[in-house]
Design a protein around this ligand. Structure first.
Ligand SMILES: Cc1cc2nc3c(=O)[nH]c(=O)nc-3n(C[C@H](O)[C@H](O)[C@H](O)COP(=O)(O)OP(=O)(O)OC[C@H]3O[C@@H](n4cnc5c(N)ncnc54)[C@H](O)[C@@H]3O)c2cc1C
Length: 467
């Protein structure tokens, strides 16, 4: 019997434990899987909180259905019937610029009609067709990439807000190759983004004609997908499906290696394991690895995290005069707002607000405005409401407010991230049976976390089978 300990019961740790048990059963491998979770609850960043009739997503509000990993996992867990696709409002995404909301164009006609970019900005963006593909291997930042291919205005009004919306990141430091590998690939594959978009738009038109549901061209691709009771239904189902013990409220303080691994736990006890998978955030893993491997530990400390405040606000629908048919909006930094953007959660999914009410979810902080983490709740609320008044004309007080804080919301894949991760993995080759997974390395989206969990589980099974 091989004893495997998975550290962290976020979606990455739970999906790893589940895939390990499924794989071990299929391959006839004798495994005992234990999951250790520092918090008293499972789910990590996933937490769907039902409060006063509102459904507040503490972290993610869904996953995109354009990649198979999470959908396949839902299938395996027999929860596919409960999946909830976002409605057509999710296609309408906005950017707040020059004191008005601009709908992101979904096609060429809308692009030319839109006032989001000036004419010189539009022409520069179209000039991307003439920009040669990058030849060198340099790890470009998103800002360098944006300026080189699309121009400064498109960078400020389109790319930077998107980077804030997905990574809470700073385009001046984010690695385009690590954060948006598909974009870097498209440049290499098609010679440019517009050339790629033209080809892919033709493909989408054909799919629409064939009656398939196709994501908005303005969005990141794929349809945002969740459950009636929120995205936590995924981690709840995972936790239920795992046969091994999930010990919550017990953190791992240290790891040492002798003939096997010896884990020092927060309750003062020790635990032995043949295999250890850390699915905890990089900074937590760095701290556990201090005695085990100093080099890997200090490299992991080099992965920075951005903080974020998630602010849920509930209103009586009749008291609002603004149009809430849409996904929400992002805000370019130069607009001088306090929030990164606001999602109109109750417009895209049912059951997010009581009958006759609406729920808005504003994100504040990120790598460009980390000081938001130091604001008091009162200050946060005042600033968020001021932005809502300026952007949407909402001057009344909300009837419901919840402020959720993430000190370490999202890992930042800054320039050099891919090399750093490679170096960490090389350093750890000297430690047999030690694996890393989670959102700190190869993608932050739920699909990436699930996909990486599956890959990690397979690596563990291969390792155990060879032992
Ligand atoms: C506000 C916000 C919105 C987001 N929106 C989306 C979205 O809409 N769609 C999307 O795809 N992604 C989104 N993401 C990203 C996505 O939610 C995360 O990347 C993903 O949930 C991370 O899962 P994880 O298991 O890798 O890490 P985590 O969820 O952080 O789990 C790590 C776990 O390890 C535990 N742990 C830490 N230290 C120890 C220790 N010493 N011992 C034991 N356990 C420990 C933690 O308590 C935690 O439970 C969002 C993230 C945030 C913060």
């Amino acid at each position: 019997m091989t004893k495997v300990v998975v550290i962290g019961a976020g979606v990455s740790g739970l999906a790893t434990a589940y895939a390990l048990e499924q794989g071990a059963a299929a391959e006839n491998i004798d495994l005992e899987v234990t999951v250790l979770e520092k918090q008293s609850r499972c789910g990590g960043k996933i937490w769907s909180r039902h409060e006063d009739g509102y459904l507040c997503e503490w972290g993610p509000n869904g996953f995109l259905d354009n990649k198979p990993a999470t959908l396949e996992l839902c299938n395996g867990l027999s929860i596919s019937d409960h999946l909830l696709r976002s409605n057509d409002n999710a296609r309408k995404r906005f950017v707040f610029s020059d004191n008005q909301l601009h709908k992101l164009p979904e096609n060429g006609g809308q692009f030319f009609a839109s006032k989001l970019l000036s004419w010189p900005g539009k022409l520069r963006l179209i000039g991307e067709l003439l920009v040669a593909a990058k030849k060198d291997e340099k790890d470009e930042t998103l800002a360098e990439f944006g300026r080189r291919r699309l121009g400064v205005e498109a960078l400020d009004k389109l790319i930077a807000p998107m980077a804030g919306g997905i990574f809470a990141g700073d385009p001046e430091t984010m690695s385009v190759k690590s954060c948006f590998p598909r974009i870097a690939e498209l440049e290499q594959q098609y010679g440019g983004l517009l050339k790629a978009m033209i080809k892919m738009a033709r493909q989408k038109r054909a799919e629409r004609k064939a009656g398939k549901q196709v994501a908005s061209a303005a969005g990141p691709g794929g349809v945002l997908t969740s459950f009636n009771d929120g995205i936590q239904q995924l981690t709840d189902a995972l936790a239920l499906a795992i046969n091994g013990e999930i010990k919550s409220g017990i953190g791992v303080d240290s790891i040492e290696y002798f003939d096997d691994y010896l884990l020092g736990l927060s309750d003062g006890s020790l635990l032995n394991a043949d295999v250890v998978v850390s699915a905890a955030p990089a900074n937590a893993t760095a701290s556990m690895f201090k005695k085990l491997h100093k080099g890997a530990s200090s490299l992991l400390e080099g992965i920075p995290y951005a903080p974020m405040n998630v602010v849920c606000l509930g209103y009586d629908k009749e008291q609002l005069s603004c149009n809430l048919d849409g996904f929400g909006y992002l805000i370019p930094r130069k607009e001088g707002c306090s929030v990164l953007g606001t999602l109109w959660d109750s417009s895209i999914f049912p059951f997010r607000a009581p009958q006759g009410k609406v729920m808005l979810r504003s994100m504040m902080g990120g790598a460009t405005r980390p000081q938001a983490a130091d604001l008091s709740d009162d200050q946060v609320q005042i600033l968020v409401q001021a932005d809502l008044e300026r952007i949407m004309g909402i001057s009344i007080d909300p009837e419901f407010v919840r402020i959720f804080r993430h000190q370490h919301a999202i890992p930042q894949y800054i320039r050099g991230h891919a090399d750093l991760v490679k170096q960490v993995r090389n350093e750890l080759l000297t430690l047999p049976g030690l694996f890393l997974t989670g959102n700190a390395y190869d993608g932050i989206g739920l699909n990436d976390c699930v996909n990486n969990a599956n890959n990690t589980a397979q690596q563990v099974l291969n390792y155990v089978a060879k032992k």
